[in-house]
Design a binder for this molecule. Structure first.
Ligand SMILES: [Zn+2]
Length: 386
């Protein structure tokens, strides 16, 4: 009975199962696919009535051209980039068998808002309509100057030890010592390659989470690398077994594991005085105001480069590129990533992380990946300027 009643209710409020595009007499109809993140549509299926082209631009990334507007969309990233502007989306695009699926909201709201002279959307008919007028060209992006100054941020310090471990181990390691040692090695490796380095701390001192970004900004950093050590949740079934490395960029945490690391790293705020930490919740403010943040895609690419680089030396496993709302990253106005170089709660990994030669390897791998990223970034700027 209950099942039948539920089905009845769903049918009564059934949402449209297709979206159509009408351009004069021409009409294209594309199916809407129900997913856990809402209804999505294959964008290329809206052609030819919609004069859209979708072409791949690197792993999980697509350039969507429509009229004179070029938009970059990335798998699992809930923002569309147009020039230097990031537009928040109602949900993240998905890639399924190399095809780009976008939330219906992109078609129903974002595109008509971007191109009001060409597009309008009728929610009753679930129809995007095209009018005849020529579009206005998107603003070209400013070309930033190429230089190389990397900010290296050793996590925690002073009274904030960060995590301690391993679980059940006699010899304890402290996160703040490991991050400082690896950061010094990282600075050395980058300087060896002619990169300027700014360190947020060089000794065992406390630098507030909210101060680390501004230090990076004032010193004119191009990239921000924050080094941390992970800790297992003691409520896990076998917390001492967790190991491996992961690299984060700043975006809303999506999984329980991402939220765990976000909570853990943002905990350090409690070491700061009330005057240091901004009022109300700056984190949610900044995440929701990420149209201001021009560095999402670059941060994501930097994170992928660092994660790949670490995979060459680290016994692993690689836990992948992840996203979370770290306070330390919100205030750095540059591509920024946070690297969890291993689990200090795991006995073998704690020993690995505390070994100077391994610290050097980790630092060298991050440095090589960072330089490769910078070179690719400069090439991209070069070709964009041509
Ligand atoms: Zn940490």
């Amino acid at each position: 009975m209950i099942v039948a009643a539920l089905v009845g209710l769903q049918l009564a409020a059934v949402p449209p199962s297709v979206v159509s595009v009408r351009s004069g007499a021409l009409e294209t109809v594309a199916p809407l696919v129900e997913t856990s993140v809402g209804r999505v549509v294959r964008l290329d299926r809206l052609a030819p009535a919609l004069p859209v082209t979708v072409r791949p631009d690197g792993p999980g990334r697509f350039i969507v051209s429509l009229f004179d507007v070029a938009m970059t969309l990335s798998d699992q990233v809930p923002y569309a980039r147009v020039g230097a502007t990031l537009i928040p989306l109602g949900g993240a695009p998905l890639v399924d068998r190399e095809a780009l699926l976008v939330p219906l909201q992109l078609v129903a709201e974002v595109l008509p808002r971007l191109m009001p002279a060409q597009l309008s959307y009728d929610p009753v008919r679930s129809e995007l309509r095209i009018s005849g007028a020529r579009p206005v060209a998107a603003r070209p992006t400013a070309r930033p100057r190429a230089k190389r100054r990397v900010v290296v941020d050793a996590g925690h310090g002073g009274p904030d030890n960060g995590m301690t471990g391993p679980i059940g181990g006699r010899q304890k390691i402290r996160e703040k010592d490991i991050t400082l040692a690896v950061s010094h090695e990282l600075a050395r490796a980058l300087r060896r390659e002619g990169v300027e380095v700014v360190m947020t701390r060089t000794t065992d001192t406390l630098i507030g989470l909210y101060d680390r970004g501004p230090i990076a900004n004032e010193r004119g950093g191009d990239l921000f690398l924050s080094i941390h050590v992970n800790a297992a949740n003691l409520r896990w079934r076998r917390p001492g077994d967790a190991r491996g490395f992961e690299t984060y960029f700043l975006a809303e945490a999506k999984t329980e594991d991402e939220r765990r690391v976000e909570r853990m790293e943002n905990e350090a705020v409690r070491f700061e005085t009330a005057a240091q930490a901004p009022k109300n919740d700056p984190l949610s403010f900044i995440i929701h105001d990420m149209a201001q943040n021009e560095h999402l895609r670059e941060s994501q690419e930097l994170a992928a480069a660092v994660q790949d680089g670490l995979a060459r030396v680290h016994p692993g496993p690689s836990r992948g590129v992840k996203q979370a709302g770290f306070v330390v990253l919100t205030t750095a106005f540059m591509p920024a990533v946070l690297v969890e170089i291993g689990f200090g709660t795991n006995a073998a990994e704690a020993q690995y992380l505390a070994t100077p030669a391994r610290q050097r390897e980790i630092a060298d791998a991050i440095a090589v990946a960072t330089i490769a990223y910078l070179e690719a970034y400069e090439r991209r700027l070069g070709s964009a300027g041509r």
